[in-house]
Design a protein around this ligand. Sequence first.
Ligand code: 4AD
Ligand code: MG
Length: 507
Amino acid sequence: MHQYISELSKHEGKEITLKGWVYNARFSKTNTFLELRDGSGYTQCVISQDAVNEEEFEAANKLTRESSLSVTGNVVKDERQLGGYELQVTSLNVYNYAKDFPIKVNESEHGVRHLADRRHLWLRSKRQWAILRVRNEIIMGIHEFFQKEGFLQTDSPIFTGNAAEGTTDLFGTDFFGEPAYLAQTGQLYGEAMCMAQGKIYTFGPTFRAEKSDTPRHLAEFWMIEPEMAFFDNEMNMDLIEKFTRHVVNRCLENNKLELEILERDTEKLATVNQDYPRVPYTDAIQILRGEKDVNGKNAITVQEEDLAAAKTGIEEKTKDIAERETAIKAGMKKGARKFNEAKIIALRSEIATLEEACRNIPKWIESAKNFKDGEDFGNSDETVLTRVFDAPVMVYNWPTKIKAFYMKEVEGDPDHVKGVDLLAPDGYGEIVGGSERETDIEILLQKIKDHNLPMEPFEWYLDLRRFGSVPHSGFGLGLERMVRWVCGIHHLRETIPFPRRYGRLLP
Ligand code: 4AD
Ligand code: MG
């Protein structure tokens, strides 16, 4: 029987066996120090020359990164270690010596392409390990929430005969000689199922042929789509708020180690515990253009202040680097020199981030100031808008022209529909899109025509309005967008085990 690193505390003072891979190894004359990973966690293993036999010590001395082995030893408390324990090894058995593992412990030393091409190996790095554990926690939190709220989990088809979210990003396929599309959403089927079950949610893969290489678009992603009979858009927004708050809080509770590895500022995530502001689109664009303040904050002014702060930051950090370099030149002890050299590298990367902000912010300000009524928000607009709020923001009542055909018109205002987007703070942007659904069959027929969609594949959908039609609402949460936000990472390619996106089908 072998044990797992995550359970070391149960075995303190006992001899156990661990099986795993070498994450990192350091060698001295009389000791080998392994950072062992076994999938459940990371721990230090000390192999002392006098604690194992000669052959074993030699075997340990040849261990390379990602070699696999089993180690038996005593579990000793050591507060300095991640996890708080170390294994003092008494015997070991090597399964496989890995030759030249192509990814370094510090993965940031590699280019993105190098890593993406080796995704099957990159998954073993500590950062990727942490991200996928957060993803798992989010998935569990989603199911926990909806099951407790009385929702039925059910599934929608992947092969579909219709477009629901516009025709530009459809993946076409051949279904026994008939054209079919990979599902862009499960929503229309969710609507049918909610008329049978009351409150349902689907959780499945979704496909969009987005021909754009952006950090927030995948061609294949996972979406959670609840659909509720007798819910209006107010109730929909209540649910979006309660749901996302629950999931984030569950991660804050259960992913402390992972979020520490990811260096996530958890205080920023804790803003989910404030009420989410709800802003009609027409107000949102005024706020964005700087025509209307929020709690004394002006969106444009805040950006100008951020820009000024970035410029000052660059000056200060440049001065700091110069001073350290002068001091190093003048001579200092090896330890102090190493410390200062590392600090200089860190400062340079901070400067690079600030320089990027200095390049971006003026463009963002331009875009925000010139935002036209009726347009959709771009990434930077979402960043500028959310910056003036203290919590995630819900923007609702969107222009009819830019939203899907099924959204319900605002009473007496056919130019706007009861759609809602949840925007996460700090540039993470749209996480959720949802709406109240149109119930008037005449309006729906007209909208299907207006969107140039063929009528026949929607006949079954229109039946939902013919037989016991009721007000209903729902939304879709992009799982990877949620993972990105909770983990605080830039690109969706790290949020899913094997990303499928424009230009990337392997591995
Ligand atoms: O806003 P969207 O397009 O809404 C729908 O599909 C509705 N049918 C949902 C519903 O009401 N049942 O997509 C919903 C969410 C977005 O907010 C975003 O989080 C995510 O899905 N998403 C993507 N994630 C990754 N890559 C893409 N290309 C995405 N497109 C949308
Ligand atoms: Mg959307």
